[in-house]
Design a protein around this ligand. Sequence first.
Ligand SMILES: [Zn+2]
Length: 225
Amino acid sequence: MNTSIATYLCPECGKEIQKEFYAYRWSEMNYRFWSDGYVDGDGWFLPCYTHCCPACGKYYLMPKTKDVHAEKAFPMSAKLPLSEMKDALQQLADGGQLEAKVRLDMMFAHHDLVRYGAMAVMHPDEVEDYLDNLQWLLAYYTAQNAGFSELVFELHRLLGHDDECRRLLDAYTLEVFVDRRQKRFARAGIAYEYDAERDQNLYKQAIGRLQEALGKRLMPYVTNK
Ligand SMILES: [Zn+2]
């Protein structure tokens, strides 16, 4: 694994933080996509957004990798335990973007309990916090997304809103799919050329995945390996 150190300042205390990163190329990695948006593979997992400063002990969100590292890289870091994420949420709750990232980390941490087999189902004590968190994320990301959003679909799905999921799927046409793809490519600065056959196939796959997930609940499912 190709690792190197990046340095940046803690947004809370201003002290220097050094973190080890590992560079990656998607084409050389094995990976699994999960319906909740999480990605992992053999020997690696997506790091969380929320980190703890070793100098002041406060929580902060990782700066964007491209701002602190020359290559495509992930910070090497163990995940924060769920209990610490709850502390982080208390500190970083702003009703906006910061809070949304911490809450996504919390959702992943809740799912990890099941994803990695520590529990077959979530402990009943956690369920209320888990559902509250999903509700908050749903309200936030619904307000952020005018068009189709896989995350909004997933949140409805996890909350058991099957009718709403079907309504979203009905509105998710090939045209909307291609439009989203074009915008994603534009954001990444990559030229996009419409190819009817390829795009229709990709659209069918995407819709098929979402339909297959309908009716399933807390457990995220593997979409690719
Ligand atoms: Zn600090």
